[in-house]
Write a protein that binds this ligand. Structure first.
Ligand SMILES: [Zn+2]
Length: 310
């Protein structure tokens, strides 16, 4: 009789400990969904142990056309923050997913909708913004994170959103951000040093991913294999581009892994240029799981290709 009455007490105490201690700590992780893998890496760096991050892209996709999977919807439904590139980069897939998510916290103009382009001055803003012409850069070029200095704007926007969501962790987010920026700044100095001998280098690429990168490292973006962003090349465009590249001795053709190799390789053969495959977000090719590893890979591959042509 007596033992039955007191036997319940340890159970109640255990339930209180679990309820008060362990469970809330687990539930406190901030759930973040990002469209692309570079933004996921930045969020993990700034958020540290306080965040749980999922990226819709794995790294090999077209930044403008991440294939929509049914599994994205429940992930977005539970998200506290939705982190995106902005400048209409994700217009082909994100609006439909946001609607399907039925998550009021992350809809456009809500605090959970984190547009990382805030503070970026877009390059190449077209005069007409007509999607019907197929141009996937209607608000200007959205590939600013391939310039590591512009990437710091995205990192700061993510920090600001995390602090707004969980102000009690401001000091920790600040420490994480500062530690990451210190590492990034050291790498930027190294990347500038590695590419300094190649200032003025002209190059082409399949899609218009590289104007911010070219400007940062003093290179000259000669043109794209695509007719315009999102529009496949015509035979005539390939002919004209190749002739201009030959006349100007353009040494590099960049092929991004989400596009077939055939046309970039053909142009490289026609012109005598070297074709290199470069990722445009972490995970695009092996050994590029983080943003810093990806930029290391891009700079190293570019420098080696140019060195070998000397
Ligand atoms: Zn683009």
């Amino acid at each position: 009789m007596k033992s039955r009455r007191f036997g319940l007490l340890p159970v109640i105490m255990l339930a209180m400990v679990l309820g008060m201690g362990v469970l809330p700590a687990q539930a406190a992780k901030i759930r973040v969904v990002t469209t692309l893998t570079d933004l996921a890496d930045f969020t993990r760096e700034v958020g540290g142990d306080l965040v749980e991050v999922r990226s819709l892209a794995t790294g090999v996709e077209d930044t403008h056309g991440v294939p929509m999977k049914p599994s994205f919807v429940p992930i977005m439904n539970r998200a506290d923050l939705m982190v995106l590139v902005g400048l209409d980069c994700e217009h082909a897939f994100l609006p439909a997913l946001l609607e399907a998510s039925k998550n009021p916290r992350i809809q456009k103009d809500k605090p959970g909708y984190v547009d990382c382009s805030r503070g970026i001055t877009p390059r190449d803003v077209p005069k007409s913004t007509d999607h019907s012409e197929g141009d996937v850069h209607p608000d200007g070029n959205p590939h600013y994170t391939l310039d590591p200095v512009s990437a710091k704007t995205a990192i700061q926007n993510i920090y600001t959103a995390l602090v707004a969501f969980a102000p009690q962790h401001k000091a920790e987010f600040g420490r994480n951000r500062d530690a990451y920026l210190a590492r990034l700044n050291a790498r930027i100095a190294e990347w500038e040093k590695q590419l300094r001998p190649y200032k003025g280098t002209r190059f082409v690429s399949y899609h218009e991913h590289w104007p911010y990168f070219a400007a940062r490292f003093g290179m000259y973006y000669f043109g794209t294999i695509e007719l315009k962003p999102g529009v496949d090349p015509t035979a005539r465009h390939i002919q004209e581009l190749s002739a201009a590249m030959k006349a100007e001795h353009v040494p590099i053709v960049i092929r991004e892994p989400q596009f077939p190799e055939r046309t970039p390789r053909h142009i490289a053969e026609l012109t005598g240029a070297t074709m290199i495959t470069l990722p445009i977000m972490p995970g695009g090719v092996p050994h590029t799981e983080t943003y810093i590893k990806m930029m290391d890979y891009i700079v190293q591959t570019m420098a080696t290709a140019l060195q070998n042509r000397k």
